[in-house]
Design a protein around this ligand. Structure first.
Ligand SMILES: Cc1ncc(COP(=O)(O)O)c(C=O)c1O
Length: 413
């Protein structure tokens, strides 16, 4: 019997289901010739700001531009350093470099795969020193002013924002959330005694609407959210050639606007986002149950033991993750991935090479061993199929095939 392939991500079904509504967006754009700016953009920006519980949303052309513009609007750039994690997509550091700053790294937490706040504190206290004149931190490695932190809410789970924000306040640092994988994720802030949405906690946050994201456009798109009116104003100018009024340019900006058609499409899809995220959360808990049925689970407070063949994602009580990706840690990763592929199951690796070891950064003075947790997990993680329409049968087949692989390979583990 040949089985239907299981895709890593099914982008066709939601578009088939929403086709009639999405076509109306195109018809409206054709009828009004409203391709740039206009009500479609404004309506989406208003709705997405409301979804994120922020005062402002500024639509831009990609998540990378959202990060770059957010840094620039917050006056982070030439001569600065910005600290982030090496376990992220390169867009995070590209934006830092393109804004004129240099990326610095802090290792990740072994269980959440997000920034390790103890290591961030250690970095700020022992790898930076205060400028005797201004009191601002200077990175010892780069000799530059440390201006900002970019916590990345990777795989759909928010970083531990309370201590990050407290450290940033103590050291006068801007916080730009990389929420490109975390639309709708939540964090329980003890400081505020309430649940907070991804994108609402830092000075500004960047979202990507790349098609495969939890909220994806039908092409490239992104947005910045913020509660700061002045920052929002600068973002609106940065994305539009530095102008607030046509042909009056206060500074040189960029052509980084969000297309109206994409904004219209995103607005239709936004109505479904909470439901889609809920389905992803249900699929994640089903995966965890299926893996747990005869796989040893790590106790919540123990680190990955080399005896566990599969370590499912860890979701602390203080977050509601939206599972942009369902990432497990495994042994014999390459062989498992090949076995799944032979059985028609597509998987991904997010990410196989830590940023500090990428060729793009080979001359930046980073070395193997600098960020051991990221380096170790990069060899062990695999992303399993995850999308809102994933069926119970598909999940059962994925888990059964993973288990079959390990039972056939007991002797090598
Ligand atoms: C963590 C992270 N940051 C930034 C980006 C950049 O977004 P975009 O591809 O829309 O430029 C992505 C998108 O893949 C991402 O996953």
């Amino acid at each position: 019997m040949t089985c239907e392939p299981i895709p890593f991500l099914d982008l066709r079904t939601p578009h088939r289901e929403l086709e009639a509504e999405l076509l109306q967006v195109l018809q409206e754009a054709f009828r009004t010739a409203g391709f740039v700016g206009g009500p479609m953009l404004k309506d989406f920006e208003r709705d997405f700001a409301e979804f994120c519980s922020t005062r402002y949303c500024v639509g831009v052309s990609s998540g990378t531009d959202a990060l770059r513009f957010a840094l620039m609007a917050a006056a982070v750039g030439n001569g600065d350093s910005v600290v982030t994690v090496p376990n992220t997509f390169i867009a995070t550091t590209e934006a830092i470099t393109q804004a004129g700053a240099l990326p610095e790294f802090v290792d990740i937490d072994e269980r959440t795969y997000n920034i390790d706040v103890d290591k961030l504190r250690e970095y700020l206290e022992s790898k930076c020193s205060p400028d005797p004149r201004t009191g601002r931190l200077i990175s010892r490695r780069t000799g530059r002013r440390l201006a900002a932190i970019i916590p990345v809410h990777l795989y759909g789970q928010m970083a531990d924002m309370d201590p990050i924000l407290a450290l940033a306040e103590n050291h006068n640092l801007v916080v730009i959330e990389d929420a490109c994988q975390a639309h709708g994720a939540e964090y329980f802030s003890e400081r505020q005694n309430r649940w907070c949405k991804a994108g609402s906690m830092g000075h500004a946050a960047a979202f990507s609407f790349y098609p495969g994201k939890n909220l994806g456009a039908c092409g490239e798109a992104g947005a910045v959210t913020t509660n700061d009116e002045e920052l929002a104003r600068r973002l609106q100018m940065l994305r539009d050639h530095g102008q607030a009024k046509k042909y009056f340019h206060a500074f040189e900006g960029y052509n980084g606007r969000l297309d109206s058609i994409q904004a219209g499409i995103l607005r239709i899809k936004l109505k479904h986002l909470a439901g889609w995220n809920e389905k992803r959360r249900l699929s994640a808990s089903l995966y965890a149950q299926l893996f747990a049925s005869d796989t040893q689970q790590p106790a919540p407070d123990t680190l990955h033991s080399t005896l566990d063949p599969i370590v499912p994602p860890y979701e602390p009580l203080w977050v509601k993750a939206v599972y942009h990706l369902y990432v497990v840690r495994v042994q014999e990763r390459e062989r498992l991935q090949a076995y799944l592929s032979e059985h028609g199951i597509s998987t991904g690796l997010h990410y196989p090479v830590p940023l500090h070891l990428q060729k793009a950064y080979e001359n930046r003075g980073f070395h193997q061993g600098d960020f051991p947790v990221t380096e170790r997990i990069a060899k062990e993680i695999i992303s399993l199929p995850m999308f809102p329409d994933l069926t119970v049968e598909q999940q059962q087949r994925v888990v059964a095939t993973v288990k079959e692989f390990y039972s056939m390979n007991k002797n090598v583990l």
